[in-house]
Design a binder for this molecule. Structure first.
Ligand code: DGY
Length: 325
């Protein structure tokens, strides 16, 4: 008998078709985020559920007597929307999709660095509004990226991919803050130095890019105090998770001109975006596009299928996540 599998959001056509050939597939026909009640109900019906970042699987969702689901194959690398301890307590395996999205997410972080530094969003809005008065030496003057110092918080695969781009492509000096020690050869490849604390990194970085996991442990890692500790004119980039930054404090610092700008791809409570951020100057705001290329979105689907196939065959999936990940 084929496994009963729920796909919570529509995937790119070719990978969804590949999945449908392998399992008894139920799709979320309306392609909208599932409610907690729907997810809780689904745990009693399906052998496997394939969620995304828009499905909040917190402890209450797992709190039911009869659970049929044994496998959660997340389409995406970040899993802070899943209560891993609650899933583990119910004997449910969780996998994610690392590696395949590192390049594209790093590309988007670099896009935000460049757009924010060079005021590209403001410039485009001005031109489209018919307000461009022509070239002049003082028009939309931004910040030079080449040779500046980039501080990277969280030096996993995406942080490393960004460091490679910034160092080799833009001659940037790289500082790294990471919860564990990074191997010297990994740092040496991108001319990076690891610092001990976030504060040390903030004190010397012209750009700060976040690449740590989200979730309760890193909620407001970048709080009002740390935003105040950034250099005047420094730019904050977030392609990790919205909750890592205190967005009210960030908007306040941008309004006050205390920092130079912010480039954001993720938001606390997205798709809602705080009005204070929308009103803040020198801000580039993108709608969670980090992994959004056709090649990567297809590769993410294939990675979920590989994990699911291994699990259903009784093998250990390549991207199995432990309850403490
Ligand atoms: C990821 O892969 O974590 C993306 O942010 C989408 O969830």
């Amino acid at each position: 008998m084929r496994a009963k599998v729920l796909l919570t959001r529509a995937w790119p056509e070719e990978v969804e078709a590949e999945l449908a050939r392998k399992v008894d597939l139920t799709r979320n026909e309306h392609d909208r985020p599932m409610t907690q009640a729907e997810l809780r109900g689904a745990l009693g019906v399906y052998d496997a559920i394939l969620p995304t970042v828009t499905d909040r699987l917190d402890a209450a969702v797992f709190d039911r007597a009869e659970i049929r689901t044994r496998f959660l194959g997340n389409y995406g690398v970040g899993v802070s929307h899943i209560d891993l301890a609650a899933a583990a307590a119910k004997g449910i395996a969780v996998t994610n999709t690392p590696d395949v999205l590192s390049d594209c997410t790093a590309d988007l972080a670099m896009t935000l660095i460049l757009m924010t530094a060079r005021r590209a969003g403001e410039g485009e809005r001005e031109l489209r509004a018919g307000l461009w008065a022509g070239w002049r030496p003082t028009h939309l003057v931004g910040t030079k990226v080449t040779g500046a110092t980039l501080g990277i918080i969280g030096f996993g695969r995406i942080g490393q991919a960004l460091a490679a781009r910034a160092h080799r492509g833009f001659g940037m000096k790289i500082l790294v803050q990471n919860r564990s020690a990074v191997a010297p050869q990994v740092l040496a490849e991108v001319g990076a130095a690891q610092v001990g604390t976030v504060e040390e990194l903030l004190a010397t970085s012209d750009f700060v890019s976040l690449h740590c996991p989200g979730g309760a442990a890193n909620r407001h890692l970048i709080d009002a105090g740390r935003i105040a500790a950034m250099r005047p004119g420094a730019i904050l980039v977030n392609t990790a998770r919205g909750e890592v930054v205190d967005e009210e404090a960030l908007a306040g610092a941008l309004m006050a001109g205390a920092i130079g700008g912010a480039g954001l791809d993720v938001y606390d409570g997205e798709p809602q975006v705080r009005p204070a951020l929308l009103a803040a100057p020198n801000t580039v705001l993108l709608p969670h596009l980090g992994s959004a290329t056709s090649a990567t979105r297809a590769a993410m689907g294939r990675r979920v299928i590989a994990n699911l196939t291994a699990f259903l065959a009784g093998r250990q999936p390549g991207d199995l996540i432990g309850a403490r990940a």
